[in-house]
Design a binder for this molecule. Structure first.
Ligand SMILES: Cc1cc2nc3c(=O)[nH]c(=O)nc-3n(C[C@H](O)[C@H](O)[C@H](O)COP(=O)(O)O)c2cc1C
Length: 153
């Protein structure tokens, strides 16, 4: 059975989230998600999410709990959008630093907004600290079997 589209988005200031999103995309393709796509979140319009069934977000946090600059417009538009995202399942890996008071603030805001619009998380939001490579590996090892089960169901 061919797997459906898997849309992977990243939001980054200095490339960490982009690097992990690339790893996720490579893994997706290796595991048979031939229709997996990888894009910067700046290319995503909130309304497009209503047409997706499965999306992964790898996003860092900057400022004081704010999105990185490439995600500013998307975040603003998503906060205002009135959408039915009940057909969307998603997973979020956030990157941050526990020394900041609003640890992984943007990942949390994104998660809360997607849920408020009716989307369903595949697994609870994962918040990485500066050891994000290890956290990515644990997240992906949990995530990929889960999305495989969703497709098989
Ligand atoms: C100026 C600055 C502000 C930051 N603000 C936050 C923050 O508010 N919350 C947080 O969890 N991490 C914060 N971080 C940590 C970054 O999210 C972290 O370094 C992350 O790995 C960056 O990933 P990126 O390269 O994908 O942007 C900040 C880092 C810098 C340098």
């Amino acid at each position: 059975m061919s797997k459906p589209a898997l849309s992977i988005f990243y939001a980054t200031e200095t490339g960490n989230a982009e690097s992990l999103a690339h790893q996720a995309h490579e893994r997706a393709v290796a595991e048979g998600w031939s229709a997996a796509t990888l894009q910067n979140i700046s290319r995503l319009k909130p309304a497009d999410l209503a047409t997706y069934t499965l999306a992964l977000f790898v996003v860092s946090t900057w400022g004081d709990g704010e999105p990185p600059s490439d995600a500013t417009d998307f975040h603003y538009d998503l906060e205002k959008a009135q959408l039915d995202l009940s057909g969307l399942r998603y997973a979020i890996l956030g990157l941050g630093d526990r020394d900041y008071s609003d640890f992984n603030g943007f990942a949390r805001k994104l998660d809360e907004r997607l849920t408020a619009l009716g989307a369903t998380p595949v697994l609870p939001r994962t918040e990485a600290d500066l050891d994000f490579e290890d956290t990515y590996t644990a997240w992906a090892d949990r995530l990929f079997p889960l999305i495989g089960e969703i497709v098989a169901a």
